[in-house]
Design a protein around this ligand. Structure first.
Ligand SMILES: *[C@@H]1O[C@H](CO)[C@@H](O)[C@H](O)[C@H]1NC(C)=O
Length: 334
C-alpha cells in the first residue's frame, strides 16, 4: 500500500517542477547546423492565423472578442513563443493602419469585425525581437480593407493605400532583399541564406491585378507566387472534419518533399450560431483544435509527407509548437 502513495506524492512533486523548454527562443539559429543548408520547402515552422488579433481595440456593432479574437499573445509574444509565420490582415481604421478581422455578413448586408494590434505596434514588436534574435520571420499580408469607407461595402486598398502601408512597413529592420528580388522562388532559398549573419524578415503581399509592388519589390516585399503556399482552410467548427480534411490535403499535396509548399491550416471556423455569440468563441475552438494537432499529425508524417507551416489560433508560450516543428525537421525532413 505504500508504493502507490509514494508514487502519488512523487508525481505531484514532478508536476510542480517547471517544464524546461526543449528549444531556446532563437530555435532556428540554435539549429542552424541541421537546418541551414535546407531550402524553406524542406523545413517546418509554426505560424499564427490572424496574428494581430490578440487585442480588440474597436470594431463594428456586432463584433466582439468571442467572434473576432484569434490570439492571446501579441506579435512580440508569439515571436518569443516560436511562431515565425504571421497572417497579417491590414485595415485602415480612423486613418491609421491596424490589423483587423472582418467579414462580409451577407445576411445583414454589412461588414462586421474588429481591429487588433496596430501596424505600428507590429513593427516595433518585430524590431525588438530581431534586435536580439537572428531568426527568419515571414509576414503574409492579405484581406486589406478600408474600414473608414462605411461598412455596407468595405473597399479593398487602392494602390496609394498599399504604397503608404509599404512605406510604413519599411520601418521593419532586416527586411530580406534577395539578389533576384522579382524572380526568386523563396521556397528554394536556404535558411542559412536568410539568417546566417543577421535576422531576416520577408513580406509577401496578396496579388491583385491592380496592385503593383513597384520599387518596393526590391526592398523586401514579394508576390505570393514567390512563396507559393497551398493554403486551404477547412471552414468547419467540427474538429474531426477539419482533422481528416487537412490530413487528406497534406497527403495529396505532399506526396514528395518538393511537391508543394504546404500550410497545414489547423484552425476551426465558427458556424453562424457561434458567430452570433451562442456557443464556442474562436479561442475556445482553438483550445480544442491545438492539442489535437500534437496527437493527430505525427502518425500522418513520413520522410515524403510533412507540412511546412503549422498554422494555428491562440499560439501559446509552452514550447509545444516549436517542439513539433523540430520533430518534423529532425525525424522526417532532410
Ligand atoms: C497568404 O494569405 C493568403 C490569404 O489567406 C493565402 O491565399 C496565401 O496562400 C498565403 N500565402 C502564404 C505563403 O501562405
Amino acid at each position: 500500500m505504500l508504493a502507490p502513495l509514494f508514487l502519488l506524492a512523487l508525481s505531484s512533486v514532478v508536476s510542480a517542477i517547471p517544464v524546461k523548454r526543449a528549444q531556446p527562443t532563437d530555435w532556428m539559429q540554435a539549429n542552424i547546423g541541421l537546418l541551414g543548408s535546407r531550402p524553406l520547402i524542406n523545413i517546418a515552422i509554426p505560424g499564427s492565423h490572424d496574428a494581430g488579433m490578440s487585442q480588440i481595440n474597436s470594431g463594428t456593432a456586432f463584433s466582439n472578442a468571442a467572434n473576432t479574437q484569434t490570439q492571446t499573445l501579441s506579435i512580440g509574444g508569439q515571436l518569443s513563443a516560436g511562431s515565425r509565420y504571421f497572417d497579417i490582415r491590414p485595415v485602415i481604421a480612423d486613418g491609421l493602419y491596424s490589423t483587423g478581422h472582418y467579414s462580409d455578413v451577407t445576411q445583414i448586408g454589412s461588414w462586421q469585425g474588429s481591429n487588433g494590434e496596430s501596424i505600428a505596434d507590429v513593427i516595433s514588436d518585430i524590431n525588438s525581437f530581431t534586435s536580439s534574435n537572428n531568426e527568419l520571420i515571414i509576414i503574409n499580408l492579405s484581406h486589406a480593407y478600408d474600414t473608414d469607407a462605411g461598412n455596407s461595402d468595405y473597399p479593398i486598398f487602392t494602390q496609394a493605400q498599399w504604397d503608404a502601408l509599404f512605406e510604413q512597413l519599411l520601418g521593419i529592420n532586416h527586411l530580406y532583399i534577395d539578389p533576384n528580388p522579382t524572380t526568386v522562388d523563396l521556397t528554394t532559398v536556404t535558411l542559412a541564406t536568410f539568417i546566417s549573419s543577421s535576422p531576416a524578415v520577408v513580406v509577401v503581399v496578396q496579388p491583385d491585378d491592380t496592385i503593383d509592388l513597384g520599387t518596393y519589390a526590391s526592398q523586401g516585399f514579394y508576390q505570393y507566387s514567390q512563396l507559393n503556399a497551398y493554403n486551404e482552410y477547412s471552414d468547419t467548427a467540427t474538429l474531426s472534419t477539419m482533422e481528416s480534411g487537412q490530413l487528406a490535403e497534406l497527403a495529396a499535396q505532399r506526396a514528395t518533399p518538393t511537391q508543394t509548399y504546404f500550410l497545414l491550416s489547423w484552425t476551426l471556423t465558427q458556424d453562424t450560431v457561434q458567430v452570433l455569440g451562442l456557443g464556442d468563441s474562436i479561442l475556445t475552438l482553438a483550445d480544442e483544435a491545438v492539442p489535437a494537432l500534437y496527437t493527430a499529425l505525427p502518425p500522418a508524417l513520413s520522410t515524403n509527407t510533412y507540412p511546412n507551416i503549422l498554422f494555428i489560433d491562440n499560439f501559446q508560450n509552452d514550447g509545444q509548437m516549436v517542439d513539433l516543428a523540430m520533430t518534423i525537421n529532425t525525424n522526417y525532413a532532410s
